[in-house]
Design a protein around this ligand. Structure first.
Ligand code: SAH
Length: 225
């Protein structure tokens, strides 16, 4: 991973030691066979791709500063949500970000991708599944998972038309969500949504991106995303 991480650093995408250390602990070769150390997205099957390393890196760089709001919280109580967990790569990164403490809930709606993600994680991080530090769910992620929340961090790996209120509701006070917004691939942006300690919600439109859509299983399999 190191040459790839050095490239991301040179490109000014990777700027913090904590994200460097996190991504170094998760070998992308466990999650995709072809060119794992290239900064490109790769086809995962079922009409979707594993995001390019620079997007995983942006996600972690945008998300981790919100953890400053939880300095007094016992790390074992952390709850993160990864919607559209796909290959499982970022799900593991989110767990590594907090030293395998707390719980990361990954939701993937395509059964075969859910199984693939689980197998990928088992290669070197089986303990996280065994110890329920990572909980993978095979269901529609559009409603999040209220039962295991609220979440200090939410990562959404597929694009939505607008910021889903149901996910904002599952964000903890002080929490942050990273979500691609926009159905048109030529006009799609990462929104960083913050809920402050009083529960007030604000958002920032950040980088321009091109993600697959957060959609139904049927539409995705028909290639309508
Ligand atoms: N973050 C992952 C996958 C990104 S691709 C990675 O980098 O590997 C987007 C993923 O979202 C795909 O795996 C797709 O199947 C999933 N997805 C799309 N709509 C979904 C929904 N409604 N519920 C759960 N997962 C969904």
């Amino acid at each position: 991973m190191r040459p790839l991480l050095n490239k991301l650093h040179k490109d000014k995408v990777l700027n913090s030691q904590i994200v460097f250390d996190t991504m170094e602990k998760v070998d992308r070769a466990d999650f995709i066979e072809k060119d794992p150390y290239c900064d490109d997205s790769q086809f995962l099957g079922y009409n979707v791709v594993i995001s390019a390393p620079h997007m995983h890196c942006y996600a972690l760089e945008y998300l981790y500063p919100a953890l400053n709001n939880f300095k007094t919280m016992n790390p074992e109580n952390f709850r993160f949500l990864d919607i559209g967990s796909g290959s499982g790569y970022l799900t593991v990164c989110l767990s590594k970000l907090i030293g395998d403490q707390g719980i990361v809930v990954g939701i993937e709606h395509i059964p075969q991708l859910y199984e693939k993600g689980k197998k990928n994680i088992e290669k070197q991080h089986k303990n996280l599944l065994d110890d329920k530090k990572i909980i993978l769910l095979n269901c529609d992620g559009r409603n999040g998972c209220k039962e295991l929340g609220p979440y200090q961090l939410i990562h959404v790996g597929a694009a939505s038309e607008k910021i889903p209120q149901v996910l904002v509701d599952q964000l903890d006070k002080g929490g942050r969500m990273f979500i691609p917004i926009g159905l048109d691939p030529d006009n799609q942006w990462i929104y960083v949504v913050d809920k402050d300690l009083n529960g007030n919600v604000t958002w920032k439109k950040t980088i321009s991106v091109c993600y697959v859509l957060l959609t139904s299983k049927e539409k995705q399999l028909k290639g309508e995303c």
